[in-house]
Design a protein around this ligand. Structure first.
Ligand code: UD1
Length: 416
């Protein structure tokens, strides 16, 4: 298994272009199986999770082909509605296929999903939402079976604004009879992007980005081209990397309105940030102040996917900080690794208390999950000496080539 070997103590300077977003691409790929003609996803980023999702589409009978950075999908030959465990264990987003499969075939059989090791991640909201649309669901032998002769539009009230459940219900209702309303929907930018994709293919969805989404059923979707939005979590990770190491970087192909929660916290800490068109400029020349309280929340609150990276920044900032993780119960696994690097952290349940230290020290650590892995890369760049990060396959699930990007800014990271 690959590892990263990082020589710490470098500052970051230069510019990087941010790729299209994993969390936008995955539901769009799932939705493509509902299309009645060829779909081209442009400027696609080949994260390992994206490659798994493309394998799932092929397994279901779609013809898929990468041409440069475009992915061409012909969903018409697809004739299967079952996703075996070998795929779903690898990628949690396989759960997104429930809605599209039942919409297209009237049936779906999907093994329970796997994915990042960050808590229990139930799927009850997906299931209840689909049931509200007249989908019959049974759970047997590790599989979820869905069946619906007709999907019927209805009202779905989500108990919590789950991103995946909102997307699944939105897709399932595209061919529903009548109108579906999803209340307390998640408002993440990737949901708006899925709406834009569905509408570009001939669907009728509105309201994504607000807490009420309305889907008017149509008989079919066509084909066409679509370019997903840029990855706000990668942009955020690189901003935090610069805030932690010091330096001056420029991130192109971004939408800063998707990162306002982070930008506000980084400005409070003392970062100099400028925003112009699709570019974010960040400059840091001194040790930053700690943020006294940081709490993760559904969008537009502070994203859980940037919590680990922000935790690293707090370990070396001046002062103390409390971080509360409201989304996923076990997202502080990184803390035992950070202790090895000299961080002063106490974790109790979903809270971390951090006293900033002047220096972290290189150590041999293991990435517990995707975003914590990215956090450890930042820690390695800032640390005194050499850091080895094991299990970096987690990081590859959501970063195209984190070492190439950060090395182009002056980091010293080797993949072995
Ligand atoms: C998506 C993102 C992930 C991000 C998360 C929260 C993708 C591919 N992944 O994951 O990167 O960290 O949003 O922003 O887009 N929940 C339930 N029952 C359900 C579904 C969810 O209780 O049926 C709970 C979860 O346990 C969690 C919370 O809702 O506590 C948020 O989960 P959700 O928004 O569904 O996250 P994902 O869609 O899995």
């Amino acid at each position: 298994m690959s590892t990263f070997y990082i020589k710490g103590g470098t500052t970051l300077n230069g510019s990087v272009t941010i790729p299209s977003a994993k969390n936008a691409i995955l539901p769009i790929l799932a939705c493509s199986i509902m299309c009645g003609d060829v779909v081209t996803i442009k400027s696609i980023s080949r994260f390992s999770d994206v490659d798994y999702m493309v394998k799932i589409l092929s397994e279901l009978g779609c013809i898929t082909e990468f041409q440069d950075d475009n992915l061409i999908i012909d969903p018409r030959p697809s004739d299967k509605y079952c996703i075996p465990e070998e795929y779903t264990k690898k990628i949690r987003s396989s759960i997104f296929m429930l809605g599209p499969l039942v919409a297209r075939f009237g049936k779906a059989k999907v093994a329970y999903p796997g994915g990042c090791n960050i808590g229990s991640r139930p799927i009850d909201l997906h299931i209840k939402g689909l049931q509200s649309l007249n989908v019959k669901i049974e759970e047997r032998h590790g599989f979820i079976y869905c069946e619906a002769k007709n999907i019927v539009g209805g009202e779905v009230h989500l108990d919590f604004p789950s991103v995946g459940a909102t997307e699944n219900i939105m897709m399932a209702s595209v061919f529903g009879k009548g109108t579906t309303k999803i209340y307390n929907a998640a408002k993440e930018p990737e949901i708006e992007d899925l709406q834009n994709f569905i509408n570009a293919m001939g669907g009728k969805v509105k309201g994504a980005g607000t807490s009420t989404i309305e889907v008017v059923g149509v008989n079919k979707l066509g084909g066409g081209e679509y370019t997903p939005i840029s990855d706000r979590i990668i942009a955020g990770t690189y901003m935090i990397a610069c805030a932690s190491s010091g330096g001056k970087i420029e991130l192109n192909n971004t939408n800063y309105t998707h990162n306002t929660a982070l930008i506000s916290k980084l400005k409070q800490s003392g970062c100099n940030i400028k925003l112009k068109n699709d570019t974010i400029y960040i400059e840091v020349g001194h040790r930053l102040k700690s943020i006294s309280l940081l709490e993760t929340l559904p969008y537009p609150g502070f994203p859980t996917d940037l919590q680990s990276q922000m935790l690293i920044l707090q370990t070396i900032s001046k002062g103390s900080s409390m971080i509360i993780e409201n989304l996923f119960e076990t997202r502080f696994k990184i803390f035992t690794e950070l202790k090895k690097m000299g961080a002063d952290i106490i974790v109790k349940d979903r809270m971390a208390f951090v006293n900033g230290v002047k220096t972290l020290y290189g150590a041999s650590v293991t990435a517990p999950d995707l975003r914590s892995g990215a956090g450890l890369v930042i820690a390695g760049i800032c640390a005194d000496g050499y850091t080895t990060i094991n299990d970096i396959y987690h990081i590859d699930r959501g970063y195209l080539s984190i070492e190439k990007d950060l090395n182009s800014l002056g980091a010293d990271i080797t993949r072995t």
